[in-house]
Ligand binder design. Sequence first.
Ligand code: SF4
Length: 481
Amino acid sequence: MGEREAEEKFPFDINPMYEGERVRKAGLYAELGGQNKPGFELVLFEPDPEQIKDGEVSLIGPDLEEMEEGGNYAYAMIYRVCGELIEKDLEAVIERRNHEYQGYIQGYMHLNQRAEIWVRISKEAVNKGLKSLKQIGRATIMLFKAELPFIEKMEATYITDGEEVAKRLEEADRIYEARDVKTRGLHDEDVDEFYQCTLCQSFAPTNVCVVSPDRIALCGAMSWFDSRAAARIDPEGPNAPIQKGECIDPIGGEYTGVNEAAVRLSSGEYDSIKLHAFLEKPHTSCGCFEVAGFYIPEVGGIGWVHRGSKVADTPIGLPFSTVASSVGGGKQVKGFLGIGIQYFYSPKFIQYDGGWRRVVWMPSDLKERVAEAIPAEMTDKIATEKDVRNIGELREFLQKVDHPVVNGVIREVDGERITDGWAVAAEAAAAPPTVSEEEIPVQTESLTQVPIPMASGAADPIKITLKDADISIGKIIVKRK
Ligand code: SF4
């Protein structure tokens, strides 16, 4: 810790226990970045130590005292670092820690990463004496240097001027893109090790993040190269290597080493993960995913919605925030999946469940953004909010464009038919359900009033009646205690 940092007494507590602290609207002093203002965070490696003024924080734009209470401002945090052990691949790793360390600051809420950052500062923190973002910057640098001793010098530029943030964001986007492109030539079968990331276990304790060459971290901030660089410099840290072990399922991306890591990292909650599946043994999702996927049983396809989407509702009638709450929490949720945007470019993108042939809906801006990743024959078959507003319209659209889900999806990678199509599904749905003592299958179509019979011989028989319900459940298991 430098002399300046040792001397400074901050008007806020700094403690890991504040990680996950939320600043609600009622207690909000200022909002920075988020849905309505541009924002980003970026770490840049500087090879020449002389170019860095260690511990210095500069600010371009209005400081906290000049901001209107309750206002929303643009926000950029740019850090420059140097150190003998630092290499360029570590930029993204250090950058991802900004979320963790700023989370230690009481009254300062930091969410997301890269160009999606969303910061809230509480009135309480300002009332206690927080006057300047420079204080936040100096506390952050102090934390970085205490936790990552390989950082020898570090300086920060914070920007709240909207035009300046927008201008520098273009450059930041180019840097993010260059980092992402680097991994596209490397594949899971080319390496012996994947990497775990346990950073988000502080708020999602059973989360098992596995980063492989073909599957960037779901937060989008850690590629396989970034993770490798982190593991090299701190092998006992959050990005320790996972030996792949034996490949159990090359299409789903299931490996003995990953399964062992799943057991270890989730404290036994999960014992297997398919890295490239959506519906079977999916990867867990903590809450930092850039994009949330949701299965739409009425069409047998998958929709995607990204953080920051301006679309009010997906065709299933839910906005990103509600879909996200079904996906997150470090759970393995069948039918939902959190991913990083770059995973759309992976040749193994949910290949177990049909890859792009299974995708039926995306917001138009997301579709445009990943246009290069979408196979040409699928481009016009994926609906957006401009084509459909609800499930009924989605069904019509998919039929009109002859989407693969209508007549059954044939998996490209091995030619296997993995869905039967709507006609067969409708036939199956019309057949009377068979009910065993343990399992009660439920149709996935709209239900108006469905009495569910209980097992014969129950001492206290009960009847569950679903009225005016429009639900979709794969299976209900009823067990007597
Ligand atoms: S989402 Fe996963 S990879 Fe990203 S920081 Fe969290 S644990 Fe690490």
